[in-house]
Design a protein. Structure first.
Length: 101
């Protein structure tokens, strides 16, 4: 499972900029990675684990702005197409799982 958090937060005042920076920092502390500037992703091992992280994000929502949380499967995430300009991006080798014998 993948949890995607995407947001549009106001940054007009000093307090709003501080709230936005704090929200991004809390996402990183919870294990999310920046996918794009206002899109953060986190891989979860199960639907239950994804639900835990969704609740954590809900717990540190900023007082204003728009935040959406989307949960998708590994297959759905893997079928995403990436482009840089008009050229397709090279595929990442993926996550390598540690194997113990």
């Amino acid at each position: 499972m993948w949890v995607l958090v995407h947001f549009d937060l106001p940054t007009n005042t000093k307090k709003e900029r501080k709230d936005a920076a704090k929200f991004r920092k809390q996402l990183l502390e919870d294990g999310f990675e920046m996918f794009q500037y206002s899109v953060y992703v986190r891989h979860c091992t199960s639907r239950e684990n994804a639900a835990v992280h969704e609740l954590r994000v809900e717990g540190f929502l900023p007082p204003s702005g728009h935040v959406s949380i989307l949960t998708i499967t590994d297959k759905q995430f893997g079928s995403m197409k990436h482009f840089y300009g008009t050229k397709p991006a090279s595929k990442d080798p993926g996550v390598v799982q540690l194997e113990l014998f």
